[in-house]
Design a binder for this molecule. Structure first.
Ligand code: BGC
Length: 441
C-alpha cells in the first residue's frame, strides 16, 4: 500500500459550522419557532442542543480536543433585538462569552449574522419583502458587530440567501410558506441590498474585518442528455438558484430566469466567498411543477445515497463548485462554509468526508485560494422543516437526554485537522472502500 499524505497550506482553517436556531434551544421569539408551533415541521426545535443553557462549552471542548482550529456559528437577531426599540445587552454578553470560549480553546471564530431566522416583530412588518429591511438589518449588524468586534474579524452577513428566498417564497417549505416567484425575487434583491449595507457597516465598525456571504451552490445536470426540454429546465433552475445572488455581487445585476434587477452598489462587496456544497442535482421537466417553472430535481439513480436519499455523495461536484467560485470571483479567497451529509449510523460519512477533502485538496493544488473548511456539523441539530429526522453531526445527540455520542467520523476529521491533510492511512482505517478512488495504485 502506498504511503501518501495530501497536505493543505499552513494556516488552513479546519472547523465545523452551526446556526443559532439549530443549536441554541428555546428561540421562542422568531418566525421559525412560530412556524414549528403551527405544525409546519416534522418536529420542534425545543431545547435543540441547549447551547443557550450553556452546553456550547462542552461542544467547544469536543471541537478543540478533536484538533479543530475554527468554528462558525450564528447569532440570533430575535435575542439581540427582541423588539424594534429594544436591545438585549445580556444576550450580547452571552455571545461575547461564547467567542471568548472559542479563543480560550484555540478556535478562530467566524460569525454569521443571519441564518434563516427573523425576529417575530420583523416578520409582522413584512420581513424581507419590504425595503425597510435594509436599514433594519444594517442597524442590527452595526450593534452586534460593535459588541463582538473584540473577538471576531471574520463575518458572514447572510447564510444562503438563495435558499431563504426560494424556500420561503417559492416552494413554501420555509416560513412564511409563500409560493410566488415575483415575491421571492423581491426578497432576494432585498437580501443583496441588506448584504451591501451590512458589508459597509462592518468595515466602518472594524477596519480589519473580512466580510462575505455564504451561498448554497448546487451543480446541476440535465436528467436526459438527449432532451432539449430537460436542458432548458436545468438552465432555468441553475440560473435561478445559483446565479441570481452571485451575479449581483460580481456584475451589479441580479439576473433571474424571469427578470433582472439592477443593483450596481452590490459590485465587489465581499472579501471572501463562502461556499456551501452538499450535492449535485439532476434536473428534468415536470408539468406538475408550475410553481417551480416546471423544473424538478433528484439524483443519479445509482448514486451513493445518504439516509433517506436526501443527499447523494458526489465529491467531484465539490471540486467543480470550487472551480466555479474561483472563475466567478477571480482573486477572491474561498472559504467552504458548509459541507456535510446526514447519516445516523455513520456508514457513509467517513467516505463522504475523505472524498470531499480529497477534491478540495485537488483544488488547492491549482493554487486556487481555498482558505478553510467548516464541516456541517459539530453535533446533530434541528434540521428545519425536517425536524430531527436528519443527523448531520460528527457527534450524535439525543435531544431528550442531551447525551452526545461520538461518531467514527469525528475521529477521522480529528486526524485530518491535526495532520492538516488527508493520509492514505486514514482512508485505509476509516473508509477503505474508497481507497482506490483516492489513492489509485
Ligand atoms: C443550511 C443548514 C442546514 C444544512 C443541512 C444548509 O443548507 O445552511 O442550516 O442544516 O443545509 O440541511
Amino acid at each position: 500500500m502506498p504511503e501518501a499524505t495530501f497536505h493543505f497550506p499552513r494556516g488552513f482553517l479546519w472547523g465545523t459550522a452551526t446556526a443559532a436556531h439549530q443549536v441554541e434551544g428555546n428561540n421562542t421569539n422568531n418566525q421559525w419557532w412560530k412556524w414549528e408551533q403551527d405544525g409546519h415541521t416534522m418536529a420542534k426545535s425545543g431545547l435543540a442542543c441547549d447551547w443557550w443553557g450553556g452546553r456550547w462549552r462542552e461542544d467547544f471542548d469536543r471541537a478543540a480536543e478533536a484538533g479543530q482550529n475554527a468554528h462558525r456559528f450564528s447569532v440570533e437577531w430575535s435575542r439581540i433585538q427582541p423588539a424594534p426599540d429594544k436591545w438585549d445587552e445580556d444576550a450580547l454578553e452571552k455571545y461575547r462569552a461564547m467567542l471568548r470560549g472559542l479563543h480560550e480553546r484555540g478556535l478562530t471564530p467566524m460569525v454569521t449574522l443571519h441564518h434563516f431566522t427573523d425576529p417575530l416583530w420583523l416578520s409582522e412588518k413584512g420581513g424581507w419583502e419590504s425595503e425597510d429591511i435594509v436599514s433594519l438589518f444594517e442597524k442590527f449588524v452595526r450593534k452586534t458587530v460593535d459588541a463582538l468586534k473584540e473577538y471576531c474579524t471574520l463575518w458572514c452577513t447572510i447564510n444562503e440567501p438563495n435558499v431563504y428566498a426560494l424556500s420561503g417564497y417559492l416552494t413554501g417549505d420555509f416560513p412564511p410558506g409563500v409560493s410566488d416567484l415575483k415575491r421571492s425575487i423581491q426578497v432576494e434583491a432585498n437580501m443583496v441590498r441588506a448584504h451591501v449595507a451590512a458589508y459597509h457597516a462592518i468595515h466602518q465598525v472594524q477596519m480589519e474585518s473580512r466580510v462575505g456571504y455564504a451561498l448554497h451552490y448546487r451543480p446541476m445536470v440535465a436528467k436526459n442528455k438527449w432532451s432539449p426540454l430537460d436542458a432548458l429546465m436545468r438552465n432555468i433552475r441553475y440560473e435561478g438558484l445559483n446565479m441570481a445572488f452571485p451575479s449581483a455581487i460580481s456584475t451589479g445585476v441580479l439576473k433571474s430566469p424571469v427578470m433582472k434587477v439592477n443593483l450596481p452598489e452590490a459590485r465587489n462587496t465581499q472579501d471572501y466567498f463562502g461556499l456551501n456544497y452538499y450535492s449535485t442535482d439532476t434536473i428534468w421537466f415536470n408539468i406538475r411543477k408550475a410553481n417551480e417553472l416546471f423544473t424538478d430535481s433528484g439524483f443519479e439513480k445509482d448514486a451513493d445515497f445518504s439516509d433517506g436519499n436526501y443527499i447523494a455523495n458526489v465529491p467531484e461536484g465539490f471540486y467543480n463548485s470550487i472551480k466555479w467560485a474561483v472563475r466567478m470571483y477571480p482573486n477572491t479567497p474561498v472559504i467552504v462554509t458548509e459541507n456535510g451529509i446526514e447519516c445516523a449510523d455513520d456508514h457513509i460519512r467517513p467516505r463522504y468526508l475523505a472524498q470531499h477533502i480529497h477534491q478540495m485538496w485537488r483544488a488547492v493544488n491549482f493554487n486556487w485560494p481555498v482558505k478553510g473548511y467548516f464541516h456541517w456539523s459539530l453535533v446533530d441539530n434541528f434540521e428545519w422543516e425536517r425536524g430531527w429526522s436528519q443527523r448531520f453531526g460528527l457527534w450524535a445527540l439525543d435531544p431528550e437526554t442531551q447525551k452526545r455520542t461520538k461518531r467514527p467520523s469525528a475521529d477521522l476529521y480529528a486526524a485530518i485537522c491535526k495532520e492538516n491533510g488527508l493520509s492514505s492511512e486514514m482512508v485505509q482505517k476509516y473508509c477503505p472502500e474508497v481507497f482506490e478512488k483516492i489513492f489509485p495504485s
